[in-house]
Design a protein around this ligand. Structure first.
Ligand code: AHR
Length: 808
C-alpha cells in the first residue's frame, strides 16, 4: 500500500477536478476536516453541503477516525482522497513538532484500517495541495472538499445516529430506574432448566489479572517492607517530574557527624548500580527507612532483615538494627555480625514488641569510618505459605479465595513498556535479588522486580492457578513517545524471540536443559507446566506489530506446539485494532485472542449477546481485561452489571475460555486507575462488591452449561434484559449451580422447572446472596443453606446476585 500511495495520490488529484465539477443530480459536497488542531485526541469529522456555501456538520463533533500516534494522538490538516478502486485514503500530519505523517484507508468512510506513520513528507505535501477552507457557523475550517453521491452522506449520518443510539444505551444507569421502571411491580419468571441439553464449557473461565499498577507489587502484594531497598529510584521513574524521587527516596541519615552519598563505583552487581556510602566520624548516626507509607508490624511477629555491606575502616563492627515508632519508641532490636571489607550479605531477625502501622527501620553502624550498604530488605516471616521473598499473606489469601483458575502477569501496559527500552524482560526478574534489574514502572514509579517471574509462577502453583505470562509483541506501548512505530529493530528480533522460547524452557524444561537448570537453581526442580502464553497487550495492530508478532508466534508454534498462544485485539470491543487483531489472528490461526474493554454498566447490560454471534470455529476468546465503570466507583450497580455479563460469558463458555477483571489491586493513596477489584492499605484489605462477584463465579464454576429459558410474560425488554440466569454443572463435585442475577428494583419470583426432573426433598442446597442498594460499596455476600421449597418458590431480592448449589 505504502509504495503505491504516491501513485494513488497523483491519480486522485487528477480525478479531483472531475469529482468537484461533475454535475450529477444527486451529488453533494463533502468536507473532511479536523477541529481543535494542535490539541490531543482529535480526529476526522465531516460536513456536507448542496451548494458548497451552507455547510452542515455531521454530528456535531462526531469523530469518524482518530489518530493513534504516540502520546498526543493528533490529527492535523487531514487530506481525504478517493482512489479509482473506491478506497478512501486519509493522510494527516501527526505531530506539530516532528515530521510525522499518518495514513489510513477505508471502504466506507466509517470503518478505517490500520494506521501507518511511515508516510514521506513529500507524499503528504503533494496530497495537501488540495486543502481548502470552509466556514461553519463563523468558524473557519481547513480540510478537503469532495463532490460525492448523496448516498455516501446518508450512510455517514446513519453511522453517527447509530453511534448516538449505542451511546444512549451505554449511558443507561440504575439511577434512572426510579423513572424508567417506576410502575414495575414484583415480577414472575418461569425458568426452565433443561438438564439434558448441555454443552461443555471452559473450566478456566474465571482468573485473575495481576499488574504492578497502583503499587500492587512493591508496597503491595510483594511483602518487602523497605522502600527503595537498592537505592535505585531515579527521577526518570517519574519522567523527571518529581525531583524528590531520587536514589535517596524513603531514606534519611539521622545523627551528628555523619554524611552520606550515593555511589556507583563498585556495586554488588552491574544490574544494581547504586549503593549508599556513609561517612561516620563517631558512632550514633543511623540510616533510616520509612517503608511504603510506614512499616506495618505486628506484636510478636518475626521479621527477616538483610543487608549487603562492606567497610574498609580499620576497626569494623556490627550494625544495630531497630524497628522504631514515629516518636522513637523502640519496637524491636537485633544486630548483624561484624561487617567485613568486601560486599557480603548479613542476616538478622527482629521480633516486634508492639503492633504499629507506621514503624521505621533504623540501621546504626557500631563503628565509624566509611560504610557501604545496599539491598536492605525486611520481610515478615509470615508471608503467604511462608515463602522466602514472598507475598503479603492477607492480600495473597484474598486473591486465592477467588479460586482463580489462572493468573495473568505481569500486566497490562507494563508488559510492553514506555518505549522499547522500558519493555518488561522476564530474564531481568529471576535469580538472586541483587542481580535482578529494577526499572521504571510505566505507571510512573519504580519496580524492583523482587516480585518476578519465579515468584509469579510459584504463587500460581501455590493457589492451583495456571500461569499465564504475557510478553511484549516486540513493540512498546502505543501511548509512549513515538508510539508503536518504534518496535524492536528487526535485526534484534531473533534474540527477542529466543528470549520468549527460553521462557518456555525455563518454565517447562527438565533440569538437564539450560533454562530448566536455572529454574531448579532458584528452588523449583519440577517444571511449572506452562500451557499458555500471551503475546502482546492491546497493541495497535500496525504493520510494525504484525511483523514482530508473527515472528514470535511462528517460533512458538514451531518449537512448542503444546503451548497455546494468545494474541491481542486492541483496547476496545470494536474499532480498528479490534477488527485488525481478529483478522490477523484468523490469518495466522492464532488459537486464542485477548479482548479488553472497560465499559459502563449500561454497556454490559445491553451487550449480553456480545459473544452469541462469535464464530465457533475460529480463535477462542480470552476476555483479559474488563470492568464496569460506574459513577462513584465500584458498587452494587457495577458488580451486578458484571455478574449479568458473566452469566452471558458462561453461556458462551464454549468460545470464551478465560476472563479476568482488571486491574486487580490498588493501594489507597497510590491509586492511578479506578475502579479496581481489591483496595488495600498497609494493614487492611478491602475487597469491592465486584470482588465478591468474581469470587462467587470463581468458587462456583462448572464445566458444562445447561440450557435455560426464561419466560417473563408480559414484561418489556427493559425488564427482561435486567434479569439473567446461568446454569452450570461441575462434574468434579457433581453439583448443579444456578446463578440468578436480578438488576431490577423489585423482587422476582422464579418458578424453576427442571424439565420434569424432581429434586429430592432432603437435598442440601447452599445459597449465597450478594445484594444492596445500587450505590452500596460495602455489601458482602451471605452464605446460608436453603430448603428445596425455598429454591422452588422463594423470592429473588431486588438488585441481587443469588447462587444455589446442590446435587441434582
Ligand atoms: O488494567 C489497566 C490497564 O488497562 C492495563 O495496563 C492496560 O492493558 C489497559 O489499558
Amino acid at each position: 500500500m505504502k509504495k503505491n500511495l504516491f501513485v494513488i495520490i497523483i491519480f486522485c488529484l487528477g480525478q479531483l477536478s472531475s469529482y468537484a465539477w461533475a454535475n450529477q443530480p444527486d451529488s453533494t459536497y463533502l468536507f473532511a476536516y479536523t477541529k481543535n488542531d494542535g490539541k490531543r485526541h482529535n480526529g476526522l469529522q465531516f460536513a456536507w453541503s448542496v451548494d458548497s456555501k451552507n455547510w452542515h456538520s455531521i454530528g456535531p463533533e462526531f469523530i469518524f477516525v482518530r489518530s493513534d500516534y504516540g502520546t498526543e494522538k493528533k490529527m492535523l490538516m487531514p487530506v481525504l482522497l478517493h482512489d479509482p478502486s473506491g478506497v478512501w485514503h486519509c493522510l494527516w500530519k501527526a505531530s506539530d513538532r516532528n515530521e510525522v505523517y499518518g495514513h489510513t484507508a477505508s471502504d466506507n468512510l466509517f470503518t478505517w484500517g490500520r494506521q501507518d506513520y511511515s508516510i514521506e513528507k513529500k507524499v503528504y505535501e503533494n496530497a495537501a495541495k488540495q486543502l481548502s477552507s470552509i466556514e461553519i457557523n463563523g468558524e473557519k475550517l481547513t480540510g478537503t472538499k469532495l463532490s460525492v453521491s448523496w448516498h455516501i452522506v446518508e450512510e455517514l449520518i446513519k453511522t453517527r445516529r447509530s453511534a448516538a443510539f449505542k451511546e444512549m444505551l451505554r449511558r443507561e444507569t440504575i439511577r434512572d430506574d426510579s423513572t424508567r421502571l417506576r410502575h414495575l411491580k414484583p415480577v414472575q419468571a418461569k425458568i426452565n432448566i433443561n438438564t439434558d441439553d448441555k454443552k461443555p464449557i471452559s473450566n478456566m473461565l474465571i482468573g485473575a489479572f495481576f499488574e504492578d499498577i497502583n503499587y500492587s507489587a512493591d508496597g503491595g502484594l510483594y511483602a518487602e517492607l523497605i522502600q527503595n531497598r537498592g537505592f535505585e529510584y531515579n527521577v526518570n521513574d517519574k519522567l523527571g517530574k518529581d525531583l524528590n524521587w531520587n536514589n535517596k527516596m524513603a531514606w534519611e541519615l539521622k545523627g551528628a557527624q555523619a554524611s552520606w552519598t550515593i555511589d556507583s563505583v563498585a556495586p554488588i552487581h552491574p544490574n544494581n548500580k547504586h549503593y549508599a556510602k556513609l561517612q561516620l566520624s563517631k558512632v550514633g548516626a543511623a540510616l533510616v527507612n520509612e517503608g511504603f507509607d510506614g512499616i506495618p508490624i505486628k506484636k510478636n511477629d518475626k521479621y527477616n532483615f538483610s543487608v549487603f555491606a562492606r567497610s574498609s575502616s580499620a576497626k569494623n563492627g556490627i550494625f544495630l538494627i531497630r524497628l522504631v515508632g514515629i516518636h522513637g519508641e523502640i519496637y524491636g532490636e537485633t544486630q548483624t555480625k561484624n561487617i567485613s571489607k568486601n560486599w557480603k550479605k548479613y542476616d538478622a531477625v527482629l521480633t516486634a514488641t508492639e503492633t504499629a502501622s507506621d514503624a521505621r527501620l533504623e540501621i546504626y553502624p557500631q563503628f565509624s569510618g566509611t560504610i557501604d550498604m545496599d539491598m536492605i530488605c525486611l520481610f515478615p516471616q509470615k508471608t503467604f505459605k511462608e515463602r522466602a521473598n514472598g507475598l503479603r499473606a492477607d492480600l495473597a489469601q484474598t486473591i486465592a479465595e477467588m479460586k482463580p483458575k489462572f493468573i495473568r502477569f505481569p500486566g497490562g501496559c507494563l508488559v510492553h513498556g514506555f518505549g522499547i527500552d522500558n519493555m518488561y524482560h522476564w530474564k531481568n526478574t529471576i535469580g538472586p535479588l541483587e542481580k535482578r534489574k529494577p526499572q521504571r514502572n510505566i505507571w510512573n514509579y519504580h519496580q524492583t522486580v523482587g516480585l518476578g517471574y519465579y515468584e509469579y509462577f510459584q504463587f500460581c502453583e501455590d493457589i492451583g492457578a495456571e500461569p499465564l505470562p504475557v510478553v511484549a509483541a516486540g513493540v512498546p506501548c502505543q501511548n509512549s513517545e513515538g508510539g508503536q512505530q518504534g518496535g524492536i529493530p528487526l535485526n534484534e528480533m531473533d534474540k527477542y524471540v529466543q528470549d520468549v522460547l527460553d521462557l518456555i524452557e525455563w518454565a517447562n524444561g527438565g533440569t538437564n536443559t539450560k533454562w530448566g537448570k536455572i529454574r531448579a537453581e532458584s528452588g523449583h526442580p519440577k517444571p511449572f507446566n506452562l500451557r499458555y502464553i500471551g503475546v502482546g497487550n492491546e497493541d495497535q495492530i500496525s504493520d510494525v506489530f504484525e511483523k514482530r508478532f508473527t515472528m514470535i508466534f511462528d517460533a512458538i508454534r514451531d518449537k512448542h506446539p503444546e503451548i497455546t498462544v494468545i494474541g491481542t485485539s486492541g483496547p476496545f470491543n470494536e474499532g480498528t485494532d479490534y477488527q485488525e487483531g481478529w483478522t490477523l489472528a484468523n490469518k495466522l490461526k492464532v488459537p486464542m485472542v485477548d479482548e479488553h474493554y472497560y465499559q459502563s454498566p449500561g454497556w454490559f447490560i445491553n451487550n449480553q449477546d456480545f459473544y452469541d454471534s462469535y464464530d465457533r470455529n475460529s480463535a477462542k476468546v480470552y476476555l483479559g481485561e474488563y470492568a464496569a465503570h460506574a459513577k462513584g466507583g465500584p458498587n452494587i450497580e457495577s458488580a451486578l452489571a458484571e455478574a449479568l455479563y458473566l452469566a452471558s460469558v458462561e453461556r458462551n463458555g464454549d468460545i470464551v475460555k478465560m476472563s479476568s477483571y482488571a486491574p486487580l489491586l490498588a493501594k489507597e493513596g497510590h491509586t492511578q486507575w479506578n475502579p479496581d477489584l481489591i483496595y488495600f492499605n498497609n494493614t487492611e484489605v478491602k475487597p469491592t462488591t465486584g470482588y465478591y462477584v468474581q469470587r462467587i463465579y470463581g468458587q462456583n464454576s462448572g464445566d458444562e452449561y445447561l440450557a435455560n429459558q426464561i419466560n417473563m410474560e408480559g414484561q418489556s425488554e427493559e425488564v427482561k434484559k435486567r434479569f439473567a440466569v446461568s446454569t452450570v454443572y461441575d462434574s468434579r463435585s457433581g453439583d448443579l449451580i444456578i446463578k440468578i442475577i436480578n438488576m431490577l428494583p423489585v423482587t422476582v419470583k422464579p418458578l424453576l422447572n427442571f424439565e420434569g426432573k424432581e429434586i429430592q426433598k432432603n437435598v442440601s442446597i447452599s445459597k449465597q446472596v450478594l445484594t444492596g442498594k445500587p450505590e452500596n460499596k460495602t455489601a458482602v455476600p451471605t452464605v446460608t443453606k436453603c430448603s428445596v421449597n425455598e429454591l422452588l418458590s422463594g423470592e429473588i431480592l431486588p438488585y441481587s446476585l443469588t447462587v444455589y448449589r446442590f446435587k441434582l
